[in-house]
Design a protein around this ligand. Structure first.
Ligand SMILES: [Zn+2]
Length: 121
């Protein structure tokens, strides 16, 4: 079934109506909120990341904190799409895990040296 919306020029909207509704997604009064979200997401998505954020060396947990803080502030201000921030947080998580692993290995090596145990490798 077609959308029943009539345009200003008298033409009927040619889009297919939503199942069980009289209007298409764009003209259905109930989907106004969804539409606003879709437009906003699409807008932010198509805009890509044009914040020209500085390239950072993210090596220490302190560097990770700076990046997380920066990202959260941009997210709260609505400057970046949650998809971007989610990717950044996943990256930060991976960096923290890698940092932890490398610290554990360093400590283990020191302990092994002190104990006089030959290093495995
Ligand atoms: Zn329509």
């Amino acid at each position: 079934m077609g959308c029943k919306f009539i345009r200003e020029n008298g033409d009927v909207c040619k889009a297919r109506a939503l199942i069980g509704k009289n209007y298409c997604f764009f003209h259905n009064p109930e989907s106004k909120e969804d539409l606003a979200v879709a437009v906003r997401n699409g807008g932010l998505n198509s805009r890509k990341n044009n914040l020209s954020l500085p390239q950072r060396a993210i090596r220490s947990p302190r560097d990770v904190i700076i990046v997380i803080e920066e990202t959260l502030n941009h997210l709260r201000a609505g400057n970046i799409h949650p998809n971007y921030s989610n990717s950044i947080f996943i990256g930060c998580n991976a960096l923290m895990k890698a940092h932890e692993q490398s610290e554990i290995i360093t400590r283990l090596n020191e302990i092994e040296k002190k104990l006089g145990t030959p290093e495995a490798n």
